[in-house]
Design a protein around this ligand. Structure first.
Ligand SMILES: NC(=O)c1ccc[n+]([C@@H]2O[C@H](COP(=O)([O-])OP(=O)(O)OC[C@H]3O[C@@H](n4cnc5c(N)ncnc54)[C@H](O)[C@@H]3O)[C@@H](O)[C@H]2O)c1
Ligand SMILES: O=P(O)(O)OC[C@H](O)CO
Length: 329
């Protein structure tokens, strides 16, 4: 199969490396210097330094050529790039079967990726989300990883998962697109929370409590948005939550650690050099939860710290001062 990967960030590059073992893969980058360096050095020095691009992997600066030659598109932009990329495919009359890999809610609309795709591509297109616990660096190294592919069409989910599956990048098909997307979006906010907690030295008990109560927040929002409870116990729910909250490769966790160290958000984002989706998603999830009347206190605290000038220590005190609750309510 010809696979076109649209965007050569850390994740697009790692996936292109992994898929190139089984398919003819073309990796498109919008930055001319990234294309040039990848061609000259066979390495994405800007977004995923240290990992060699396999010989068969083609690097392309021409979006239209990449798309025209593909049987399957993997949209590997951050969430902010999903809608413009889909609009471009529609404008070029090149809507192909596609999966996106971004995790978050759209800034300003609080929409999940599948809602954006539904608006832009209409009812006949087949599309899905690839999500789950997966750091780009580990996938690029060929370390064992398991992820989930959920789609708007069960046959497409199963066939695409089978086609992309390798022993090292195990892909499970799933029929719960909203549930998979909510898990991937909200875990980034919770990773910022655990980064803050760990950075403030609040301990391992607090970290476990944040992860567990965070999972309850994911499930509450996910059920309200049409997801299935079992999805939140799976790779795109608990799996990705554990990875991102505890793994120091996580950019979102690192945002939390840096906030606890007293850095400002603009400073942190400038130093990061990569997207941290939890930053804008925190605002959207907090607003949506309030609109829907869903209790998401950890998310609200992260939003308050990131976007409303509340200090990390003060937000923690507010969380700890909440009335005791029934655990499973
Ligand atoms: N890095 C990981 O380990 C990882 C793993 C799983 C999922 N993800 C998700 O994948 C998405 C991309 O993450 P990343 O790590 O590759 O980010 P990154 O910051 O490393 O790279 C972002 C890439 O997207 C491109 N881009 C940015 N805005 C764009 C736009 N509007 N249109 C087209 N291209 C645009 C950039 O040029 C760059 O190539 C995020 O949603 C992230 O949450 C990342
Ligand atoms: O580095 P992060 O925090 O964007 O997380 C990367 C992946 O989503 C982990 O599954």
């Amino acid at each position: 199969m010809n696979v076109g990967v649209l965007s050569a960030g850390a994740w697009g590059t790692a996936l292109a490396i992994a898929f190139a073992g089984r398919h003819r893969v073309t990796l498109w980058a919008r930055e001319a210097e990234v294309v040039q360096t990848m061609r000259e050095t066979r390495e994405n020095r800007r977004f995923l330094p240290g990992y060699r691009l396999p010989d068969g992997l083609a690097v392309e600066s021409d979006f239209s050529a990449t798309v025209a030659g593909a049987d399957l598109l993997v949209v590997a932009t951050p969430l902010a790039g999903l809608r413009p990329t889909l609009q471009r495919l529609v404008a070029e009359r090149q809507v192909k079967p596609l999966v996106w890999v971004c995790k978050g809610l759209e800034a300003g609309t609080a929409k999940l990726p599948h809602a954006i795709a539904g608006e832009e591509l209409g009812g006949d297109a087949v599309y899905g989300a690839l999500s789950g616990p997966s750091f780009a660096e580990e996938v690029a190294q060929g370390l064992p990883t398991a992820v989930t592919l959920a789609a708007n069409d069960a046959d497409f989910a199963r066939d695409t998962a089978l086609a992309l599956h390798t022993p090292r990048l195990r892909i499970y098909a799933n029929d719960d697109l909203p549930g998979v997307e909510v898990g991937g979006a909200v875990k980034n906010v919770l990773a910022i929370a655990t980064g803050i907690s760990d950075g403030l030295g609040l301990g391992l008990n607090a970290r476990a409590a944040l992860i567990t109560r965070g999972l309850a927040e994911i499930a509450r929002l996910g059920l309200a948005l049409g997801g299935k409870r079992e999805t939140f116990m799976g790779l795109a729910g608990m799996g990705d939550l554990i990875l991102t909250c505890t793994g120091d490769l996580s950019r979102n966790r690192r945002v939390g650690l840096a906030l606890a160290a007293g850095k400002t958000l603009p400073q942190i984002l400038a130093e990061l050099g990569h997207v941290a989706e939890g930053v804008s998603t925190a605002r959207e999830v907090a607003r949506l939860a309030q609109q829907l009347g869903i209790e998401m206190p950890i998310t609200q605290a992260v939003d308050a710290i990131l976007h409303h000038g509340v200090g990390a220590a003060a937000a923690v005190e507010q969380l700890l001062a909440r009335d005791p609750k029934i655990e499973m309510a």
